[in-house]
Design a protein around this ligand. Sequence first.
Ligand code: OGA
Ligand code: CA
Ligand code: FE2
Length: 496
Amino acid sequence: MTDNDGTSDADDATQTRSATLQPIRPPCERISCHKSSVCSRSYFVVVMVFFHVYIINVIALLFYVHFNSGQEDASRSRDAPSGGHPRHESGPPSSKAESLRHVSLARIEGIRVGHVQKVSLVPGKAHEMRTLSLKPLLFEIPDFLSEDECRVVMQLAQLKGLMESQLMVQDGQEELAKELNLSPEEIFNLLDISQDGQLQLHEILTHSRVRDGIWLTPETLREIYAGLKVDKDDDGLLSLEEFRLLSNDAFQRFLMQKGVKRSQLVRNSRHTWLYQGKGAHQVLQDIRERVIRLIRLPATLVDLSEPLQVVRYEEGGHYHAHHDSGPVYPETVCTHTRLAANTSTPFETSCRYITVLFYLNSVEGGGETAFPVADNRTYDEMALIQNDVDLLDTRRNCNKSNLRVKPTKGTAVFWYNYLSDGRGWVGEQDEYALHGGCVVTHGTKWVANKWINIDPDYQRQVQYQQLVSQQLEDEDEDDDLTLNQDEQGSDIHQDL
Ligand code: OGA
Ligand code: CA
Ligand code: FE2
Protein backbone atom coordinates (compact mmCIF):
# COMPACT_ATOMS: atom_id res chain seq x y z
CA MET A 1 0.00 0.00 0.00
CA THR A 2 1.21 3.48 -0.78
CA ASP A 3 1.05 6.48 1.61
CA ASN A 4 -1.89 7.88 -0.22
CA ASP A 5 -3.80 4.74 0.37
CA GLY A 6 -2.83 4.87 4.04
CA THR A 7 -5.66 7.24 4.98
CA SER A 8 -8.06 4.38 4.93
CA ASP A 9 -10.03 2.29 7.39
CA ALA A 10 -8.67 3.33 10.82
CA ASP A 11 -8.50 7.06 9.96
CA ASP A 12 -11.96 6.91 8.50
CA ALA A 13 -13.33 5.74 11.81
CA THR A 14 -11.92 8.76 13.76
CA GLN A 15 -12.95 11.17 11.09
CA THR A 16 -16.49 9.84 11.24
CA ARG A 17 -16.67 10.61 14.96
CA SER A 18 -15.14 14.10 14.53
CA ALA A 19 -17.59 14.89 11.80
CA THR A 20 -20.59 14.28 13.96
CA LEU A 21 -19.22 15.92 17.17
CA GLN A 22 -17.57 19.02 15.74
CA PRO A 23 -19.83 20.64 13.16
CA ILE A 24 -17.75 23.90 13.17
CA ARG A 25 -14.88 22.46 11.19
CA PRO A 26 -13.95 24.16 7.90
CA PRO A 27 -16.32 23.20 5.07
CA CYS A 28 -13.73 21.37 3.03
CA GLU A 29 -12.74 19.15 5.95
CA ARG A 30 -16.33 18.62 6.88
CA ILE A 31 -17.08 17.43 3.39
CA SER A 32 -14.17 15.06 3.35
CA CYS A 33 -15.09 13.64 6.81
CA HIS A 34 -18.72 13.30 5.89
CA LYS A 35 -17.77 11.56 2.66
CA SER A 36 -15.63 8.94 4.33
CA SER A 37 -18.31 8.23 6.94
CA VAL A 38 -20.83 7.59 4.21
CA CYS A 39 -18.26 5.49 2.41
CA SER A 40 -17.66 3.23 5.28
CA ARG A 41 -21.33 2.73 6.03
CA SER A 42 -22.26 2.20 2.41
CA TYR A 43 -19.35 -0.16 2.05
CA PHE A 44 -20.82 -2.25 4.84
CA VAL A 45 -24.32 -2.05 3.36
CA VAL A 46 -23.11 -3.00 -0.12
CA VAL A 47 -21.13 -5.94 1.22
CA MET A 48 -24.15 -7.14 3.19
CA VAL A 49 -26.49 -6.76 0.22
CA PHE A 50 -24.12 -8.72 -1.98
CA PHE A 51 -23.74 -11.34 0.68
CA HIS A 52 -27.51 -11.76 0.97
CA VAL A 53 -28.08 -11.81 -2.74
CA TYR A 54 -25.37 -14.43 -3.01
CA ILE A 55 -26.92 -16.59 -0.31
CA ILE A 56 -30.38 -16.25 -1.87
CA ASN A 57 -28.96 -17.21 -5.26
CA VAL A 58 -27.28 -20.29 -3.85
CA ILE A 59 -30.49 -21.35 -2.12
CA ALA A 60 -32.53 -20.76 -5.29
CA LEU A 61 -30.04 -22.79 -7.29
CA LEU A 62 -30.23 -25.66 -4.80
CA PHE A 63 -34.03 -25.62 -5.02
CA TYR A 64 -33.89 -25.57 -8.79
CA VAL A 65 -31.52 -28.53 -8.98
CA HIS A 66 -33.54 -30.42 -6.42
CA PHE A 67 -36.88 -29.98 -8.15
CA ASN A 68 -35.51 -30.60 -11.60
CA SER A 69 -33.89 -33.88 -10.77
CA GLY A 70 -36.76 -34.94 -8.53
CA GLN A 71 -39.48 -34.65 -11.11
CA GLU A 72 -37.37 -35.32 -14.12
CA ASP A 73 -40.05 -36.61 -16.40
CA ALA A 74 -42.93 -34.57 -15.10
CA SER A 75 -41.13 -31.28 -15.44
CA ARG A 76 -39.80 -31.87 -18.94
CA SER A 77 -41.46 -29.84 -21.60
CA ARG A 78 -40.56 -29.14 -25.16
CA ASP A 79 -40.20 -25.49 -24.23
CA ALA A 80 -36.91 -26.21 -22.51
CA PRO A 81 -33.69 -26.40 -24.52
CA SER A 82 -32.80 -29.85 -25.80
CA GLY A 83 -29.14 -30.02 -24.92
CA GLY A 84 -28.65 -31.71 -28.24
CA HIS A 85 -30.43 -34.97 -27.43
CA PRO A 86 -33.90 -36.28 -27.74
CA ARG A 87 -35.04 -36.15 -24.15
CA HIS A 88 -37.63 -38.84 -24.41
CA GLU A 89 -34.97 -41.51 -24.34
CA SER A 90 -34.52 -41.64 -20.56
CA GLY A 91 -37.27 -42.30 -18.06
CA PRO A 92 -40.31 -44.45 -18.69
CA PRO A 93 -42.94 -42.57 -20.66
CA SER A 94 -46.38 -42.55 -19.07
CA SER A 95 -48.04 -43.16 -22.42
CA LYS A 96 -46.98 -43.22 -26.02
CA ALA A 97 -48.42 -39.80 -26.69
CA GLU A 98 -46.90 -38.34 -23.55
CA SER A 99 -43.40 -39.47 -24.42
CA LEU A 100 -43.59 -37.57 -27.69
CA ARG A 101 -44.75 -34.45 -25.91
CA HIS A 102 -41.36 -34.31 -24.22
CA VAL A 103 -39.29 -34.67 -27.33
CA SER A 104 -37.08 -31.75 -28.10
CA LEU A 105 -35.45 -32.23 -31.45
CA ALA A 106 -31.69 -32.32 -31.38
CA ARG A 107 -30.00 -29.97 -33.81
CA ILE A 108 -26.35 -30.48 -34.53
CA GLU A 109 -24.22 -27.41 -34.14
CA GLY A 110 -22.14 -26.25 -37.07
CA ILE A 111 -19.80 -24.00 -35.01
CA ARG A 112 -18.22 -22.47 -38.12
CA VAL A 113 -17.57 -23.35 -41.75
CA GLY A 114 -14.72 -25.84 -41.93
CA HIS A 115 -15.22 -27.06 -38.37
CA VAL A 116 -14.64 -30.81 -38.11
CA GLN A 117 -16.27 -32.94 -35.43
CA LYS A 118 -15.80 -36.63 -34.83
CA VAL A 119 -18.94 -38.72 -34.90
CA SER A 120 -19.43 -42.29 -33.82
CA LEU A 121 -21.66 -44.03 -36.35
CA VAL A 122 -20.33 -47.57 -36.42
CA PRO A 123 -18.60 -49.47 -33.59
CA GLY A 124 -14.82 -49.11 -33.59
CA LYS A 125 -14.70 -46.34 -36.14
CA ALA A 126 -14.92 -42.57 -35.98
CA HIS A 127 -16.18 -40.54 -38.89
CA GLU A 128 -15.33 -36.92 -39.49
CA MET A 129 -18.15 -34.49 -40.06
CA ARG A 130 -17.24 -31.16 -41.60
CA THR A 131 -19.44 -28.08 -41.52
CA LEU A 132 -19.91 -26.83 -45.10
CA SER A 133 -22.21 -23.92 -44.35
CA LEU A 134 -24.24 -22.44 -41.51
CA LYS A 135 -27.04 -21.13 -43.73
CA PRO A 136 -28.28 -23.72 -44.35
CA LEU A 137 -26.79 -25.83 -41.58
CA LEU A 138 -24.96 -28.27 -43.85
CA PHE A 139 -22.46 -31.04 -43.11
CA GLU A 140 -20.34 -33.47 -45.08
CA ILE A 141 -19.28 -36.93 -43.88
CA PRO A 142 -16.78 -38.74 -46.13
CA ASP A 143 -16.90 -42.57 -46.18
CA PHE A 144 -20.36 -42.69 -44.67
CA LEU A 145 -21.06 -45.65 -46.96
CA SER A 146 -18.56 -48.31 -48.01
CA GLU A 147 -17.97 -49.12 -51.67
CA ASP A 148 -19.91 -52.36 -51.25
CA GLU A 149 -22.84 -50.58 -49.67
CA CYS A 150 -22.97 -48.09 -52.55
CA ARG A 151 -22.94 -50.96 -55.04
CA VAL A 152 -25.70 -52.86 -53.23
CA VAL A 153 -27.96 -49.81 -53.04
CA MET A 154 -27.55 -49.14 -56.77
CA GLN A 155 -28.21 -52.80 -57.56
CA LEU A 156 -31.30 -52.96 -55.35
CA ALA A 157 -32.63 -49.85 -57.07
CA GLN A 158 -32.08 -51.38 -60.49
CA LEU A 159 -33.74 -54.58 -59.39
CA LYS A 160 -36.77 -52.66 -58.26
CA GLY A 161 -36.80 -50.50 -61.39
CA LEU A 162 -36.43 -46.74 -61.70
CA MET A 163 -39.15 -44.47 -63.01
CA GLU A 164 -38.94 -41.06 -64.62
CA SER A 165 -38.70 -38.47 -61.85
CA GLN A 166 -40.83 -36.06 -63.81
CA LEU A 167 -43.47 -36.84 -66.37
CA MET A 168 -43.52 -34.70 -69.47
CA VAL A 169 -46.97 -33.18 -69.09
CA GLN A 170 -48.14 -32.03 -65.73
CA ASP A 171 -51.82 -31.98 -64.99
CA GLY A 172 -53.62 -29.78 -62.57
CA GLN A 173 -52.24 -26.46 -63.75
CA GLU A 174 -55.51 -25.49 -65.44
CA GLU A 175 -57.41 -26.31 -62.27
CA LEU A 176 -55.21 -23.94 -60.34
CA ALA A 177 -55.65 -21.26 -62.99
CA LYS A 178 -59.42 -21.59 -62.70
CA GLU A 179 -59.28 -21.30 -58.94
CA LEU A 180 -57.20 -18.16 -59.32
CA ASN A 181 -59.84 -15.48 -59.38
CA LEU A 182 -57.72 -12.68 -60.80
CA SER A 183 -58.16 -10.65 -63.96
CA PRO A 184 -55.27 -10.28 -66.46
CA GLU A 185 -54.89 -6.64 -65.28
CA GLU A 186 -54.54 -7.73 -61.69
CA ILE A 187 -51.98 -10.41 -62.56
CA PHE A 188 -50.06 -7.95 -64.71
CA ASN A 189 -49.93 -5.46 -61.86
CA LEU A 190 -48.72 -8.04 -59.40
CA LEU A 191 -45.98 -9.24 -61.72
CA ASP A 192 -44.84 -5.74 -62.67
CA ILE A 193 -42.57 -5.33 -59.67
CA SER A 194 -40.87 -2.22 -61.04
CA GLN A 195 -44.34 -0.76 -61.81
CA ASP A 196 -43.17 0.65 -65.13
CA GLY A 197 -46.14 -0.71 -67.03
CA GLN A 198 -43.98 -3.30 -68.79
CA LEU A 199 -43.24 -6.92 -67.91
CA GLN A 200 -39.54 -7.63 -68.14
CA LEU A 201 -38.47 -11.27 -68.63
CA HIS A 202 -37.08 -11.52 -65.12
CA GLU A 203 -40.34 -10.22 -63.64
CA ILE A 204 -42.14 -13.19 -65.11
CA LEU A 205 -39.41 -15.66 -64.17
CA THR A 206 -39.01 -14.43 -60.60
CA HIS A 207 -42.65 -15.15 -60.02
CA SER A 208 -42.43 -18.66 -61.45
CA ARG A 209 -39.80 -20.45 -63.41
CA VAL A 210 -41.94 -23.48 -64.00
CA ARG A 211 -44.80 -23.74 -66.45
CA ASP A 212 -46.53 -27.09 -67.00
CA GLY A 213 -43.46 -28.76 -65.51
CA ILE A 214 -41.16 -26.96 -67.91
CA TRP A 215 -38.27 -24.87 -66.71
CA LEU A 216 -38.51 -21.41 -68.25
CA THR A 217 -35.41 -19.52 -69.27
CA PRO A 218 -35.28 -16.03 -70.80
CA GLU A 219 -34.69 -17.75 -74.17
CA THR A 220 -37.72 -20.06 -73.89
CA LEU A 221 -39.86 -17.10 -72.92
CA ARG A 222 -38.71 -15.12 -75.97
CA GLU A 223 -39.39 -18.16 -78.12
CA ILE A 224 -42.91 -18.44 -76.70
CA TYR A 225 -43.53 -14.72 -77.26
CA ALA A 226 -42.40 -15.07 -80.85
CA GLY A 227 -44.41 -18.26 -81.44
CA LEU A 228 -47.57 -16.72 -80.04
CA LYS A 229 -46.80 -13.36 -81.65
CA VAL A 230 -47.44 -11.53 -78.40
CA ASP A 231 -44.35 -9.37 -78.31
CA LYS A 232 -45.05 -7.29 -81.42
CA ASP A 233 -41.99 -5.05 -81.19
CA ASP A 234 -39.80 -8.03 -80.12
CA ASP A 235 -38.14 -6.12 -77.27
CA GLY A 236 -38.69 -8.87 -74.66
CA LEU A 237 -41.04 -6.56 -72.77
CA LEU A 238 -44.78 -7.10 -72.52
CA SER A 239 -47.29 -4.32 -72.26
CA LEU A 240 -50.66 -5.05 -70.70
CA GLU A 241 -52.18 -5.43 -74.19
CA GLU A 242 -49.48 -7.91 -75.17
CA PHE A 243 -49.84 -9.75 -71.88
CA ARG A 244 -53.56 -10.30 -72.51
CA LEU A 245 -52.67 -12.36 -75.60
CA LEU A 246 -50.62 -14.70 -73.43
CA SER A 247 -53.55 -16.68 -72.09
CA ASN A 248 -53.02 -19.90 -70.20
CA ASP A 249 -54.43 -22.02 -73.01
CA ALA A 250 -52.25 -20.44 -75.68
CA PHE A 251 -49.18 -20.89 -73.51
CA GLN A 252 -49.82 -24.55 -72.93
CA ARG A 253 -50.84 -25.31 -76.52
CA PHE A 254 -47.67 -23.72 -77.81
CA LEU A 255 -45.47 -25.74 -75.47
CA MET A 256 -47.20 -28.97 -76.41
CA GLN A 257 -46.97 -28.29 -80.14
CA LYS A 258 -43.33 -27.44 -79.98
CA GLY A 259 -42.53 -30.62 -78.07
CA VAL A 260 -40.52 -30.65 -74.90
CA LYS A 261 -37.10 -32.13 -74.40
CA ARG A 262 -36.14 -33.82 -71.14
CA SER A 263 -33.44 -31.20 -70.67
CA GLN A 264 -36.17 -28.55 -70.47
CA LEU A 265 -37.82 -30.14 -67.46
CA VAL A 266 -37.28 -29.08 -63.88
CA ARG A 267 -35.78 -32.43 -63.20
CA ASN A 268 -34.20 -34.90 -65.57
CA SER A 269 -33.55 -38.15 -63.73
CA ARG A 270 -35.05 -41.50 -62.76
CA HIS A 271 -35.67 -42.72 -59.27
CA THR A 272 -37.11 -45.44 -57.09
CA TRP A 273 -37.90 -45.98 -53.42
CA LEU A 274 -36.35 -48.57 -51.10
CA TYR A 275 -37.84 -49.53 -47.72
CA GLN A 276 -35.39 -49.83 -44.89
CA GLY A 277 -37.43 -51.46 -42.16
CA LYS A 278 -37.56 -55.01 -40.88
CA GLY A 279 -37.04 -57.54 -43.60
CA ALA A 280 -35.15 -55.13 -45.85
CA HIS A 281 -31.65 -55.93 -47.15
CA GLN A 282 -29.10 -55.74 -44.32
CA VAL A 283 -27.25 -52.91 -46.04
CA LEU A 284 -30.42 -50.79 -46.02
CA GLN A 285 -31.03 -51.54 -42.34
CA ASP A 286 -27.42 -50.65 -41.53
CA ILE A 287 -27.79 -47.32 -43.31
CA ARG A 288 -30.99 -46.64 -41.37
CA GLU A 289 -29.14 -47.28 -38.10
CA ARG A 290 -26.27 -45.01 -39.11
CA VAL A 291 -28.60 -42.20 -40.13
CA ILE A 292 -30.31 -42.35 -36.73
CA ARG A 293 -26.93 -42.06 -35.00
CA LEU A 294 -25.89 -39.23 -37.28
CA ILE A 295 -28.88 -36.96 -36.87
CA ARG A 296 -29.56 -37.88 -33.22
CA LEU A 297 -33.33 -37.92 -33.59
CA PRO A 298 -35.69 -40.59 -32.24
CA ALA A 299 -35.75 -43.72 -34.38
CA THR A 300 -39.52 -43.42 -34.69
CA LEU A 301 -39.26 -40.17 -36.60
CA VAL A 302 -36.85 -41.78 -39.03
CA ASP A 303 -38.99 -44.89 -39.43
CA LEU A 304 -42.14 -42.88 -40.09
CA SER A 305 -40.42 -40.90 -42.82
CA GLU A 306 -40.30 -41.55 -46.55
CA PRO A 307 -38.31 -44.57 -47.70
CA LEU A 308 -34.85 -44.16 -49.20
CA GLN A 309 -35.04 -42.52 -52.61
CA VAL A 310 -32.40 -43.69 -55.09
CA VAL A 311 -31.82 -41.37 -58.05
CA ARG A 312 -29.94 -41.94 -61.27
CA TYR A 313 -28.97 -39.13 -63.64
CA GLU A 314 -27.81 -39.98 -67.13
CA GLU A 315 -25.30 -37.81 -68.91
CA GLY A 316 -27.12 -34.51 -69.45
CA GLY A 317 -29.29 -35.09 -66.38
CA HIS A 318 -29.90 -32.29 -63.88
CA TYR A 319 -32.23 -31.01 -61.17
CA HIS A 320 -32.78 -27.27 -61.06
CA ALA A 321 -32.47 -25.57 -57.68
CA HIS A 322 -35.41 -26.22 -55.39
CA HIS A 323 -36.44 -26.71 -51.79
CA ASP A 324 -37.00 -30.27 -50.64
CA SER A 325 -39.71 -28.90 -48.34
CA GLY A 326 -42.49 -26.41 -48.63
CA PRO A 327 -42.90 -23.19 -46.65
CA VAL A 328 -44.94 -23.19 -43.46
CA TYR A 329 -48.31 -21.52 -43.97
CA PRO A 330 -51.28 -21.95 -41.62
CA GLU A 331 -53.27 -23.67 -44.36
CA THR A 332 -50.44 -25.97 -45.41
CA VAL A 333 -50.71 -29.65 -44.67
CA CYS A 334 -47.75 -32.00 -44.71
CA THR A 335 -48.07 -34.95 -47.03
CA HIS A 336 -46.87 -37.42 -44.40
CA THR A 337 -49.35 -36.34 -41.70
CA ARG A 338 -52.37 -35.52 -43.86
CA LEU A 339 -54.13 -38.62 -42.48
CA ALA A 340 -54.25 -36.90 -39.13
CA ALA A 341 -54.97 -33.43 -40.44
CA ASN A 342 -58.68 -34.06 -41.18
CA THR A 343 -58.86 -30.94 -43.29
CA SER A 344 -59.12 -30.71 -47.03
CA THR A 345 -56.68 -28.17 -48.34
CA PRO A 346 -55.16 -27.69 -51.76
CA PHE A 347 -51.87 -26.78 -50.09
CA GLU A 348 -50.12 -30.02 -49.44
CA THR A 349 -46.38 -30.10 -49.20
CA SER A 350 -43.51 -32.38 -48.23
CA CYS A 351 -42.27 -31.54 -44.75
CA ARG A 352 -38.71 -32.74 -44.80
CA TYR A 353 -36.91 -31.41 -41.76
CA ILE A 354 -33.62 -32.96 -42.80
CA THR A 355 -32.19 -34.16 -46.09
CA VAL A 356 -29.43 -36.76 -45.97
CA LEU A 357 -27.95 -37.10 -49.45
CA PHE A 358 -25.60 -40.00 -50.24
CA TYR A 359 -23.32 -40.07 -53.24
CA LEU A 360 -23.29 -43.62 -54.53
CA ASN A 361 -20.64 -43.01 -57.19
CA SER A 362 -18.01 -40.47 -58.08
CA VAL A 363 -19.17 -38.62 -61.17
CA GLU A 364 -16.73 -38.21 -64.05
CA GLY A 365 -17.89 -34.73 -64.97
CA GLY A 366 -20.35 -32.26 -63.45
CA GLY A 367 -23.21 -33.43 -61.26
CA GLU A 368 -22.22 -31.38 -58.23
CA THR A 369 -24.88 -30.47 -55.70
CA ALA A 370 -25.13 -26.70 -55.78
CA PHE A 371 -26.32 -24.40 -53.00
CA PRO A 372 -26.72 -21.09 -54.82
CA VAL A 373 -27.22 -18.86 -51.77
CA ALA A 374 -25.45 -20.80 -49.00
CA ASP A 375 -24.11 -18.42 -46.35
CA ASN A 376 -25.21 -15.35 -48.28
CA ARG A 377 -25.41 -12.40 -45.95
CA THR A 378 -29.02 -11.82 -46.89
CA TYR A 379 -31.62 -13.71 -48.86
CA ASP A 380 -32.93 -11.68 -51.75
CA GLU A 381 -35.36 -13.48 -54.00
CA MET A 382 -35.17 -10.76 -56.64
CA ALA A 383 -31.40 -11.10 -56.86
CA LEU A 384 -31.69 -14.73 -57.90
CA ILE A 385 -32.13 -13.55 -61.49
CA GLN A 386 -29.93 -10.70 -62.59
CA ASN A 387 -29.13 -9.66 -66.13
CA ASP A 388 -30.86 -12.80 -67.30
CA VAL A 389 -28.52 -14.95 -65.20
CA ASP A 390 -30.74 -17.29 -63.20
CA LEU A 391 -28.93 -18.72 -60.19
CA LEU A 392 -31.51 -21.50 -59.92
CA ASP A 393 -30.65 -22.81 -63.36
CA THR A 394 -28.28 -25.71 -62.68
CA ARG A 395 -27.73 -26.44 -66.35
CA ARG A 396 -26.08 -23.07 -66.89
CA ASN A 397 -25.15 -21.30 -63.71
CA CYS A 398 -23.82 -23.80 -61.19
CA ASN A 399 -20.45 -22.06 -61.43
CA LYS A 400 -22.08 -18.98 -59.86
CA SER A 401 -23.43 -20.90 -56.87
CA ASN A 402 -21.97 -20.02 -53.50
CA LEU A 403 -21.28 -23.66 -52.69
CA ARG A 404 -20.90 -26.83 -54.74
CA VAL A 405 -20.38 -30.33 -53.38
CA LYS A 406 -18.55 -32.70 -55.69
CA PRO A 407 -20.09 -36.16 -55.73
CA THR A 408 -17.64 -38.61 -54.15
CA LYS A 409 -18.57 -42.24 -53.73
CA GLY A 410 -19.61 -43.02 -50.14
CA THR A 411 -19.80 -39.40 -48.96
CA ALA A 412 -22.99 -38.23 -47.26
CA VAL A 413 -24.08 -34.63 -46.87
CA PHE A 414 -26.98 -33.56 -44.74
CA TRP A 415 -28.74 -30.32 -44.03
CA TYR A 416 -31.74 -28.86 -42.27
CA ASN A 417 -34.51 -27.55 -44.49
CA TYR A 418 -36.15 -25.75 -41.58
CA LEU A 419 -34.87 -23.50 -38.85
CA SER A 420 -35.59 -24.31 -35.23
CA ASP A 421 -38.62 -22.67 -33.64
CA GLY A 422 -36.40 -21.91 -30.66
CA ARG A 423 -38.40 -24.30 -28.48
CA GLY A 424 -37.02 -27.60 -29.67
CA TRP A 425 -39.37 -28.06 -32.61
CA VAL A 426 -39.41 -27.35 -36.33
CA GLY A 427 -39.68 -23.66 -37.23
CA GLU A 428 -39.75 -21.68 -40.46
CA GLN A 429 -38.44 -22.97 -43.75
CA ASP A 430 -34.77 -22.13 -44.24
CA GLU A 431 -34.68 -20.16 -47.48
CA TYR A 432 -30.95 -20.73 -47.77
CA ALA A 433 -31.53 -24.49 -48.13
CA LEU A 434 -32.13 -23.95 -51.84
CA HIS A 435 -30.12 -26.54 -53.80
CA GLY A 436 -30.01 -28.48 -57.03
CA GLY A 437 -28.10 -31.06 -59.04
CA CYS A 438 -25.79 -29.57 -61.67
CA VAL A 439 -25.88 -31.03 -65.14
CA VAL A 440 -23.90 -34.25 -65.50
CA THR A 441 -21.39 -33.60 -68.26
CA HIS A 442 -19.66 -37.02 -68.26
CA GLY A 443 -20.89 -40.41 -67.11
CA THR A 444 -23.84 -41.12 -64.85
CA LYS A 445 -24.62 -39.98 -61.34
CA TRP A 446 -26.21 -42.05 -58.58
CA VAL A 447 -27.42 -40.52 -55.33
CA ALA A 448 -29.82 -41.50 -52.58
CA ASN A 449 -31.97 -39.24 -50.43
CA LYS A 450 -33.08 -40.01 -46.91
CA TRP A 451 -35.60 -37.42 -45.83
CA ILE A 452 -36.67 -37.04 -42.24
CA ASN A 453 -40.29 -35.92 -42.25
CA ILE A 454 -41.52 -33.85 -39.34
CA ASP A 455 -44.63 -31.71 -39.29
CA PRO A 456 -43.88 -28.14 -38.15
CA ASP A 457 -47.30 -28.35 -36.54
CA TYR A 458 -46.34 -30.24 -33.40
CA GLN A 459 -49.85 -31.37 -32.51
CA ARG A 460 -50.40 -32.79 -35.96
CA GLN A 461 -47.18 -34.80 -35.77
CA VAL A 462 -48.33 -36.18 -32.40
CA GLN A 463 -51.77 -37.06 -33.76
CA TYR A 464 -50.21 -38.75 -36.75
CA GLN A 465 -47.90 -40.85 -34.60
CA GLN A 466 -50.76 -41.81 -32.32
CA LEU A 467 -52.79 -42.86 -35.31
CA VAL A 468 -49.99 -45.02 -36.70
CA SER A 469 -49.20 -46.62 -33.34
CA GLN A 470 -52.90 -47.34 -32.84
CA GLN A 471 -53.04 -49.05 -36.19
CA LEU A 472 -49.96 -51.08 -35.35
CA GLU A 473 -51.43 -52.10 -32.02
CA ASP A 474 -54.54 -53.29 -33.80
CA GLU A 475 -52.42 -55.25 -36.23
CA ASP A 476 -50.45 -56.73 -33.34
CA GLU A 477 -53.68 -57.87 -31.71
CA ASP A 478 -54.62 -59.66 -34.91
CA ASP A 479 -51.15 -61.19 -35.03
CA ASP A 480 -51.54 -62.43 -31.45
CA LEU A 481 -54.01 -64.95 -32.70
CA THR A 482 -51.39 -66.61 -34.86
CA LEU A 483 -48.08 -65.78 -33.19
CA ASN A 484 -46.91 -66.64 -29.74
CA GLN A 485 -45.14 -64.09 -27.59
CA ASP A 486 -41.59 -65.07 -28.59
CA GLU A 487 -42.24 -64.90 -32.26
CA GLN A 488 -43.34 -61.29 -32.13
CA GLY A 489 -40.51 -59.02 -33.07
CA SER A 490 -40.10 -55.59 -31.57
CA ASP A 491 -42.11 -53.25 -33.70
CA ILE A 492 -40.71 -49.94 -34.76
CA HIS A 493 -43.07 -48.02 -32.53
CA GLN A 494 -42.05 -49.45 -29.24
CA ASP A 495 -39.98 -46.35 -28.56
CA LEU A 496 -42.89 -44.01 -29.19
C1 OGA B 1 -32.84 -34.11 -54.77
C2 OGA B 1 -31.61 -33.29 -54.96
C3 OGA B 1 -29.29 -33.13 -55.56
C4 OGA B 1 -28.30 -33.88 -56.34
O1 OGA B 1 -32.83 -35.27 -55.22
O2 OGA B 1 -33.79 -33.60 -54.17
O3 OGA B 1 -31.65 -32.16 -54.62
O4 OGA B 1 -27.11 -33.51 -56.30
N1 OGA B 1 -30.52 -33.85 -55.47
O5 OGA B 1 -28.67 -34.81 -57.05
CA1 CA C 1 -41.71 -3.93 -65.20
FE1 FE2 D 1 -33.33 -31.77 -53.36
